[in-house]
Design a protein around this ligand. Structure first.
Ligand code: FAD
Length: 427
């Protein structure tokens, strides 16, 4: 009998194992994954983090996670991080005015974290002359920057292993229950199916969580969407190397030539780009794939799709993201059609309120830690801590209840999300 079986050795599963091991002192918990740890969505040498969130619970979770990361660093873990900040920019006068109100409201409501500063147009132009002069304002998040997700994951895994956690190569294919509670987990390995007796099963399968939910009779409104970034060489030195991770808040309407339009209309993913697209194009200097490179991303396609381990880059995406980014970093126009040095693709698992799902499921002894969308690296340590608290049977705290799957069965809550009364974005 093992203390717990955790399906998925991505960053969420690894963090859960670590925090469980810390609570128990030593543990026989097993992390199960068909691939090596941290090899699917969590395989990001240069992810971003911030403690600035519109929901108090998310701000607290980010704050708690970053404190746990600080603890790992103090303990000697080698986790490359920088603090170049996030910079959100806009050319929309209404949005520019609203930035100041947003900051004031968070100060008034005493949100946790280090806060953010509004940057006016003149300061933007002086500090970041590569940005378009039409930009009217920015918001600079103070405690934010880049973090190596894989290094963070390894640091947590090492500490979990030192307290007894083991990793088993295989796929969870079934959960056995008796009298309404978990009694064992079945794992398909290269040598056959193993039965691990346990009374705690944690679903940490990231974008692949849905079939494992069904194994314990659970159903959550979870969907997966393709997200991707491309890396190009900044051969002309357009973006200063010290520039923050910069995100445009403005919707985009891109100009396409007739021949491009015809090509985009032919490709399924390209049809979307003919209309106005959501904001969120982001650009940052990133040397992990090559020296003097830039990483660009855009969550332009909000359609749900079935997750696969290593998605290819849609042919229209690189040109589209460079053209979109050139509307607010004009020098980037020179890179349209430039070779792609690296492509990062993967799937966000998300639920309607855009927050993680951490807690107990219906079948006694079954838990989930998932729907980590685009914040899995920065929130993992805190999420794992909450998941471990559920497994060890703590009395639910406000933080534990905030992310419990139970909220997604509350029709009034879901209606507030649909109507926009509850914030689901990141600003
Ligand atoms: C392009 C992109 C950029 C991103 N950038 C950032 C960023 O800058 N900052 C940030 O914080 N986050 C970022 N994210 C989000 C972050 O990467 C994810 O939220 C996080 O990696 C999810 O971790 P996970 O452990 O939930 O899932 P995963 O890492 O996918 O782990 C799930 C694991 O479950 C395993 N599994 C599947 N089926 C089974 C089964 N039957 N049995 C056992 N195991 C199974 C899989 O093999 C996998 O290893 C980004 C994501 C993408 C796609």
């Amino acid at each position: 009998m093992v203390d717990a079986v955790i399906a998925g050795a991505g960053i969420a599963g690894v963090a859960t194992a670590w925090r469980l091991a810390e609570r128990l002192g030593t543990t026989s918990a097993v992390l199960v994954d068909p691939g090596p740890p941290l090899s699917v969505t969590s395989n990001r040498p240069e992810a971003n983090y911030r403690d600035w969130w519109p929901q108090r619970a998310m701000a607290e979770l980010a704050d708690r996670s970053l404190s746990l990361v600080s603890g790992l660093l103090e303990d000697g873990a080698a986790i490359p991080m920088d603090r170049r900040g996030y910079l959100y920019v806009t050319r929309d006068p209404d949005r520019a005015r609203a930035l100041g109100e947003t900051v004031a409201a968070r100060v008034r409501d005493r949100f946790p974290g280090s806060g953010a500063d509004v940057v006016d147009a003149a300061t933007l132009r002086r500090q970041w002359p590569h940005l378009a002069p039409e930009l009217l304002a920015g918001l600079r998040v103070r405690r934010a920057g880049g973090i190596d997700t894989v290094a963070l994951g390894r640091a947590m895994l090492e500490r979990a292993a030192a307290r007894g956690v083991t990793v088993e190569r295989g796929a969870v294919v079934g959960v056995e229950s008796r009298a309404g509670r978990v009694v064992a987990v079945e794992v398909a390995t290269s040598t056959g199916t193993r039965r691990l007796a346990t009374d705690a099963f944690v679903n940490a399968a990231g974008p692949f969580a849905v079939p494992l939910l069904a194994m314990v009779g659970a159903d959550l409104p979870m969907e997966t969407v393709l997200r991707q970034k491309v890396v190009i060489a900044d051969t002309r030195g357009i973006v200063p190397r010290g520039a923050p991770f910069t995100v445009s808040l403005d919707r985009q309407r891109l100009a396409w030539s007739d021949s491009e339009r015809a090509e985009l209309e032919r490709s399924a993913d390209g049809r979307l780009v003919l209309d106005e697209l959501p904001g969120g194009i982001h650009v940052k200097p990133d040397d992990t794939a090559a020296a003097s490179a830039l990483k660009l991303g855009w969550a332009w396609d909000q359609r749900a799709s079935v997750p696969i381990p290593d998605p290819a880059c849609p042919p229209t995406f690189p040109r589209m993201v460079v053209r979109g980014a050139a509307t607010w970093i004009p020098g980037l126009a020179a890179y349209e059609g430039a070779p792609i040095l690296a492509h990062e693709g993967g799937f966000y698992a998300r639920v309607p309120d855009g927050q993680p799902v951490i807690g107990r499921l219906g079948l006694e002894g079954s838990y989930v830690v998932g729907a980590m969308a685009g914040f899995g690296a920065m929130m993992a340590a805190g999420a794992g801590d909450l998941a471990a608290a559920w497994v060890t049977g703590d009395v639910p705290t406000e933080a534990m209840r905030a992310f419990s799957p139970a909220r997604l069965r509350d029709e009034a809550y879901l209606a507030d999300i649909r109507s926009g009364r509850i914030a689901t974005g990141e600003l």
